[in-house]
Design a protein around this ligand. Structure first.
Ligand code: HEC
Ligand code: CU
Length: 361
């Protein structure tokens, strides 16, 4: 039901009622904030649940800023409420103007100096956090990953490991006593994107012809979710981020697996073998890479280890043979405006290509 403004104000007449309306709106604001905090603390993208050093620094800073501004709000709203109630119109009022007060040096000085001090304090604490996160020197054992934003997916390259993947970033967890952070060098192939994993760090924009850097050091293994945070086109909302933080052993095993070329011999799986031919004789190879084959396109995600990923289309769809088939038949069904064209394969070829893609572990 829409909020009935006229009715609500008609009921409130005297200034006492007005004051109580004030109080109740204040109370509902507090309830709303507490609820929002509780609701978002359970969400996988909550800024109130930091899990890495940059996110912890940002969280403490926001809490400081929030408490300072909350105190200011309470003082100002309290004084306002006090004045509203204490000096409300009464039937015994004479109707004359009250005595006018001009030029109190003390009051004017205090409301100039105190805000300046508060602003300087907030400025210094913000600078400290920026310094802590941006200017931190890279340790020698840091992992390097190049991140390239595309409309509407993420490319990840591990130059030292020779690994290329898409949409699902794997990183090792970092022990606070001997940190092994991951340093991301980020750029864009087209328009501006923004990399944001709220539980791990702040946002960093990916800008064409420019390299921005950021680092992550989650100490607990798990899946951290995020989302492109800069409008980059129609499918911006389905440009999701998935970061898999793994124990050093699991991460090493993942790297080793990703370094393998795709399987050359598919003679035991005739359908997949045929699917490979279909794949290699279609335009797929202009846009996709499968190492060890003639497919070396870089316009779309690297498919060499497609089957090892949980999702396709930048986290938008679970990676099952059924969904894969529907995606190749018509990507627009899931992401209207996505830059992969519908390939118009017949059913036979579609099934074969899907059989081939599911062998790409
Ligand atoms: C014009 C370039 C182009 C062609 C041709 C093309 N694709 Fe794509 N493909 C893309 C792009 C771009 C994406 C990423 C779409 C997105 O997530 O927004 C993609 C995504 C995919 C994905 C999901 C990968 C992932 O990890 O998310 C699969 C699988 C795929 N393509 C298979 C194929 C197959 C099979 C063919 C040939 C029948 C083909 N593509 C032809 C550009 C192309
Ligand atoms: Cu984007």
């Amino acid at each position: 039901m829409p909020f009935d403004v006229t009715n609500r104000f008609a009921r409130i007449t005297g200034s006492e009622k007005r004051a109580s309306a004030w109080l109740s709106s204040l109370a509902s604001l507090v309830v709303l904030l507490v609820n929002a905090r509780q609701a978002s603390a359970g969400s996988p993208t909550s800024i109130f649940d930091p899990a890495a050093t940059p996110a912890h620094s940002i969280f403490s800073l926001s809490m400081l800023v929030l408490s300072v501004t909350l105190i200011i709000f309470l003082v100002v709203a309290g004084l306002l409420l006090y004045a509203l109630i204490r000096f409300r119109e009464r039937s015994t009022d004479s109707g004359r103007d009250p005595a006018q007060v001009y030029g109190s040096n003390q009051i004017e000085l205090s409301w100039t100096v105190v805000p300046i001090l508060i602003v300087v304090m907030l400025f210094l604490s913000t600078t400290r956090v920026i310094w802590e996160t941006e200017a931190k020197p890279k340790p020698d054992n840091a992992l390097d990953v190049t991140v390239i934003g595309h409309q509407f997916w993420w490319e990840y390259r591990y130059p030292k490991q020779g690994v290329v993947t898409a949409n699902e970033l794997h990183i090792p967890i970092s022990d606070p006593h001997s940190p092994t952070p991951t340093y991301l060098e980020m750029s864009s192939a087209d328009v501006t994107h923004s990399f944001w994993i709220p539980r791990l760090a702040g946002k960093t924009d990916l800008i064409p012809n420019r390299v921005n850097t950021m680092w992550l050091d989650p100490s607990e293994a798990g899946l951290y979710l995020g989302q492109c945070a800069q409008y980059c086109g129609t499918q911006h909302a389905k440009m999701l981020l998935r970061v898999y933080a793994q124990t050093p052993q699991d991460f090493a095993a993942w790297v080793k697996h990703q370094q393998q070329p795709s399987r050359a011999d598919l003679s035991d799986q005739p359908q997949a073998d045929e699917g490979r031919k279909v794949f290699l004789h279609n335009a797929c190879i202009n846009c996709h890479t499968v190492t060890g084959t003639v497919a070396t396109g870089r316009f779309g995600p690297d498919l060499t280890h497609l089957a090892s990923r949980d999702t396709i289309a930048s986290g938008a769809i679970p990676n099952t043979p059924k969904q894969l088939r529907a995606w190749i038949a018509n990507p627009d069904e899931f992401k209207p405006g996505s830059l992969m064209p519908a390939m118009h394969l017949n059913n036979h070829d579609l099934d074969a290509v899907v059989a081939y893609l599911t062998t790409l572990h």
